[in-house]
Each structure stands twice: as structure tokens, then as C-alpha cells.
Design a protein around this ligand. Sequence first.
Ligand SMILES: Nc1ncnc2c1ncn2[C@@H]1O[C@H](COP(=O)(O)OP(=O)(O)OP(=O)(O)O)[C@@H](O)[C@H]1O
Length: 239
Amino acid sequence: MISGSGSPLLKLDSVGKTYASGSVEVHAVHQVSLSVMPGELVALMGPSGCGKSTLLSVSGGLLRPDSGTVTVGGVSLYDLAGARFHEHRRRSLGFVFQDFNLMRTLTAVENVMLVDELDGMPRKRARQRALAALRSVGLDDVAERYPGELSGGQQQRVAIARALTGSPRLVLADEPTGALDSANTRSVLGLLGEIVAAGGACLVATHDPEVAAAAHRVVQMLDGVLTEGRAAAVGEARR
Ligand SMILES: Nc1ncnc2c1ncn2[C@@H]1O[C@H](COP(=O)(O)OP(=O)(O)OP(=O)(O)O)[C@@H](O)[C@H]1O
């Protein structure tokens, strides 16, 4: 797969998001335009509070922008309504949350199954797929444990397994290696590498130099605005 070919899997056009915090307005994302192409792993970097999580949430259909358009898989996400919006989100992208977002009352395997079950898949088949996803992140032995019985790194890998079930073409990940040691970081980078090698795309908010080194492109964010990016030379990206 040649990185950067085809139509973008994620396209942001002049996207803006402002929070009202009491009488103060915080321009978390301002006029951001960005395309992430099939075969690309893009690292989104910048200091804490610069707007990375907000940009990922807007990109993933979790937070409606105040301005601009978000196109996922060729479809303008926020122009879809109701069930069509949720279905497109579920089918087109996987989201790895910074704080994992696991349901405390469900086991690891039940957390991962949830996505397929919401899509109407029979429970037995959903369970098989979830176990396979957990195996791919090295966690099949703790499948029946609850999040409270897992380490931070294990919870993070459950969250990654959940985002990868259904083999979405686009993965948006917020600090996916934040709680991981270097061996697990490499295994997560391997999984993301497989997605992009198969023609998918990943946008990863990160402070981790190892993730940045593995990316095809690094885009820098500062005070809600994208500043310079580094384009990796062809073949530079480690997968
Ligand atoms: N719900 C909210 N209400 C008000 N302000 C918010 C809200 N969420 C984020 N902000 C503010 O928006 C700005 C961007 O926050 P965001 O979490 O997107 O940054 P970030 O780059 O992801 O930070 P980090 O690297 O620490 O996760 C910050 O000034 C933050 O305080």
C-alpha cells in the first residue's frame, strides 16, 4: 500500500469548536483543516490543553463542531441524522479513549462485544470476535475480568481491542500508549501498523516520541490551531 493514495478517510475543513466555561470562552479548536489518507498513520502532537482531544472527539462524531465540516469515509458525518449518524460512526471508525471509557459492570470480553451487539450481531458470534480481538492485544487470559480487576495498561489494551473489532478503516486514538510499557507500546503500534498496511488510516493524539517516530506524518497543534507538520520520507515510517 502506498501511503497517501486514494480519497481521504478523514477530512476536516475549517473545523472549529469553542467551549463556554462560565463567562469565559475557550477556543479549543480553531479553523482546522486536515486530511488523513488511506495507508497513513498521523501523529497529532502538542502541549497539554492545545486541543488534541477536542479535535479527535469532533473527528469521531463525539462532539459536534461549531463550524466547518467533518467527512469520514467520504460522508459528511454531521449531516447524517439519528440512526444513520450512529451507524456510520460505528461502521467507519474505531475510537480509543484517553480514559479508556470501559463499562465497569461488564467484563473485558463483554466490553469488546458491545460494539458488534449494538450492530445486531448474535451474541455467540460477537463473543468469538471479541475474544479474537483480545487475543490480538495479548489479553485473552483476562477476558472474564472486570475493568476494576485490570491494570491501567490492560484496560488500555481492552479499549484498543474494542476500537479494532469490526476492522474499521479509520482509527482515532487519544494517547493509546499512555499507560503502556515499551513492549506493549510496540505491540499497539504493530496493530495500528496492520490497519494502515491494509489501507486504513490512523490519527493518534500522543506525547509519545515512539508513536511519533512510527508515524508517516506528525502534525503539531498549538492553542487550537494546527501549526507545522513533519512529513516522513517514503519508507521512513516503521510499521
Ligand atoms: N468540556 C469542556 N469545557 C470547557 N473547556 C474545555 C472542555 N474540554 C476541554 N476544554 C478546554 O479546551 C482546551 C483543549 O482541551 P483538550 O482536552 O482538547 O486538550 P488536549 O490537547 O487534548 O490536552 P491533553 O494533552 O492534556 O489531553 C483546554 O483549554 C481545555 O481546558
